[in-house]
Design a protein around this ligand. Sequence first.
Ligand code: 5GP
Length: 194
Amino acid sequence: MERLQQKIIEEGKVLSNEVLKVDAFLNHQIDPVLMKEMGQEFARLFAEDGITKILTIESSGIAPSVMAGLEMGVPVVFARKRQSLTLTEGLLTADVYSFTKQQSNRIAVSNAFLNKEDRVLIIDDFLANGQAALGLLNIAEQAGVHVAGIGIVIEKSFQEGRKLLEEKNVRVESLARVQSLENGQVTFVEEARA
Ligand code: 5GP
C-alpha cells in the first residue's frame, strides 16, 4: 500500500536494524483515515474468502481490525494479554514468546466468540518472528475454525515470521513489507505489479 509506505518513510523512526517505531500513526497515536484505508485494503484482499470473523490481539491489532470488520460487516475478537476478572470460563489460551521482551506471555480468547463454522481472518500490526500470529493460529485451531489467512499491517521481511506461517500453509498478506532497516533507512520489498 503506497500511502502506508509513504507514512512509514515520513513518520516512522528506525530505532535499530531490527525495530521500527510507528507510534505517530499506528501504535500510540492513530491516523483514522489511514486506518480506514487499511481496513478497505484487507477487505479487498480477502473479499472472496467468506470471512465471518476477524481475530486479533490487543492492543495495536484492534484499530486496523475494527476498520476491516466495519468494511467486511463482521465482528472482531481480540485476544487479551492480561488476565481479566470477567474472562474466566471457557478460555482458549496460547503462550506467545516475545523476542523484544525476552519473555513468554499467555494470551486468551473466550470460546464463546469462535464457532466451528467461522471463517477467520487473523490481523496484527507487525509481523516479526511470527510468534504472536502463531499464538493466534493456535487459538483458532483449538476453536476448530477455518483460517482464511493472516493480514499484517507491517511485515519485517528480514525476520522469519512469514516463513514460519507459510510452513503452516497459511496465506499471509502484508500491506507494507520492509526489506531492511539498516543504516537508519527503511527499504521495502519490491512487489511484482500485475
Ligand atoms: P512477532 O511475534 O511476529 O515476533 O512480533 C509481533 C509483535 O511484536 C507485534 O504485534 C508488535 O507488537 C511487536 N513488534 C515486533 N517488531 C516490532 C517493531 O519493529 N516495531 C514495533 N512497534 N512493534 C514490533
